[in-house]
Design a protein around this ligand. Sequence first.
Ligand code: KG4
Ligand code: ZN
Length: 329
Amino acid sequence: MKILGIETSCDETAVAVVEDGQHVLAEAMASSLDMHAKTGGIIPDQAAREQVKAIIPTIEETLNQLEQKTGSREFDAIGVTKGPGLIGSLLIGVETAKALAWVWNKPLVPVNHLIGHVYANYLNITTEPPFPYLTLIVSGGHTDLVVVEDHGNWHWIGGTRDDAAGEAFDKVARILNLGYPGGPAIERIAQGIPTNKHHVPRPMLHSGDFDFSFSGIKTAMANLAQQVGQDQGKQAELAAAFQEAVAEVLVFKTVKAARQYSVKSILLSGGVAANKRLREHLENEAQLPIAMPAIRYCTDNGAMIAAAAYYNYQPIAWQSMQAKPSLHF
Ligand code: KG4
Ligand code: ZN
């Protein structure tokens, strides 16, 4: 089964066609990231305006690729991100998907963006991860630990009480004048730099639950930055110490939860899953089979939405499809 996946929850307009939830046949993406980099963060109404411009050309480009690859523009169903996300951006994808489902007479499958991130782990793989698994979803807006018993059967066991991990990367990058988005910038400058030059707190490490808190780290980093000054060497040391603290806390609690819930594997999901230090920590400490998406499928993309729609195939009438910015689990 070939599914056309549409993702427009934030600043990416991302479309892909994926076969049987795993094989990416075609994909295209437009992003207004460069525009937001100039202002140091996303301006929601600008992101929505860019979505309007990009959605049809991005779908067209994807279908052109599909035709080149398979000799046909035919596919079986449409999967689209329903939420969570920015309302203006979400609406563009959802309303476009509804119109196409109607005119092309295709089944329409709503997809939770967070669950979409988990299914990035199914793209271009040879073996599916064994159930039950634990997934750490770490993105710009979310940090959640979720036990997945089977497709469509998940329960949330903990998450951040304040800032998301990606948000902390973005805010600390801003403190260190490293630009937006913060995650890749911090990772780049921290590469090869010792992590122990500055003391950064590990919030809630021993809290006894599976919750996180990252707003305190952000404040600690602002204080440290003021104390040590802003030359490039110091910036790199601070970035490395911060990245290490976040990776350590995330992996410590994930591994603890995996033990407590006796899962068979651990999956890393979401934009922050692209972070190499986080990936290394998990590899070293998991003591269980682990999976993580290819770096390019960690951040928002259309293929993960198509894969999630395939494995959780519950089409609805296009008339009842609605964007839901605050959708959780
Ligand atoms: O999943 P995503 O593309 O969008 C949301 O659903 O939020 O995640 C974007 C977040 C941003 O906060 C970005 O700074 C972070 O993921 N990110 C990273 C890296 N690449 C992206 N954080 C740490 N290291 C990275 N390499
Ligand atoms: Zn995302």
